[in-house]
Write a protein that binds this ligand. Structure first.
Ligand SMILES: Cc1cc2nc3c(=O)[nH]c(=O)nc-3n(C[C@H](O)[C@H](O)[C@H](O)COP(=O)(O)O)c2cc1C
Length: 241
């Protein structure tokens, strides 16, 4: 079975488990860098484009991957601008969001509760993931718990070290990560500096031709892990919201 077929099969599985009137699962695509300038938004867009136009997918597979799996929604931590964690309670002990001290926490809780799964798109900073992401995670617990997660890291060498750390934390809050992370490498100092300046990386424009940076095996890996995410979604308990 090819990787794209796996995605299509997952899409079909997700479709058949969806009954009439039931909404499509919602996936939050987390934009985890809050720098100005930053590379993260164009990389998150590249992930969404790749999911909607999987590498090697035939014309009849594309609409299934696009519409049947789930709806994708950007969650930009820069826009959320959460203060450094300032709740008095331990989130794992809070079952009712009205018990949070602050309005920003209640709003963040409602946002994260509205998604069934997540794709974390994060840079590597000094061998770790950004403080903004850890801060955003630590605000909540039950809102994340039990939900499938796909980890996409990027950096000079792909961000493997931050991906491993993030995986450990997500498992600590009982999220369910896909079997492997997606690692996107800038492949050298020149492109890493270019990225840090928020300049155009020449990523795929959504046509599915796979000619730009990360146009080959990376697109296949994204499609493969997205297929797993959809499989995990089909197994996860249905959320009532
Ligand atoms: C504080 C900081 C630390 C960094 N540390 C690493 C690192 O450990 N490994 C790496 O490959 N790239 C590192 N980089 C380079 C980033 O991969 C690159 O700047 C990228 O554009 C950051 O993502 P962003 O622009 O979306 O914030 C670092 C960049 C910054 C700003």
């Amino acid at each position: 079975m090819t990787r794209t077929t796996t995605t299509a099969a997952a899409a079909a599985a997700a479709t058949t488990t969806q009954t009439e009137g039931e909404r499509a699962p919602r996936i939050g695509v987390m934009v985890c860098s809050t720098r100005k300038p930053r590379a993260c938004p164009q990389i998150a867009k590249f992930i969404i484009d790749t999911i909607r136009h999987p590498a090697g997918a035939s014309e009849d597979q594309i609409p299934r991957a696009k519409e049947a799996d789930a709806t994708l929604h950007l969650v930009d931590l820069e826009e959320w601008s959460l203060p450094l964690f300032d709740e008095s309670g331990v989130p794992s002990q809070i079952l009712d969001p009205t018990q949070y001290d602050h309005e920003h926490t209640r709003r963040w809780s409602a946002e994260i509760s509205s998604y069934d799964a997540f794709i974390f798109v994060t840079p590597q900073y000094n061998w770790g993931y950004p403080a903004s992401l850890k801060n955003a995670i630590d605000y909540l617990y039950h809102e994340w718990k039990g939900k499938p997660a796909m980890i996409v890291t990027y950096g000079g060498h792909g961000g493997g070290k931050c991906g491993a750390q993030l995986r450990q934390v997500l498992e600590g809050i009982h999220m369910v990560p896909t079997s492997q992370n997606v690692e996107l490498s800038f492949g050298g100092k020149g492109m890493t500096i270019h990225a840090a300046q928020g300049k155009d990386l020449g990523l795929e424009n959504g046509t599915g031709t796979g000619t730009g940076l990360w146009g080959g095996v990376e697109r296949e890996r994204i499609a493969e892990m997205y297929g797993e995410l959809i499989d995990l979604l089909a197994l996860a308990p249905k959320l009532d919201h």
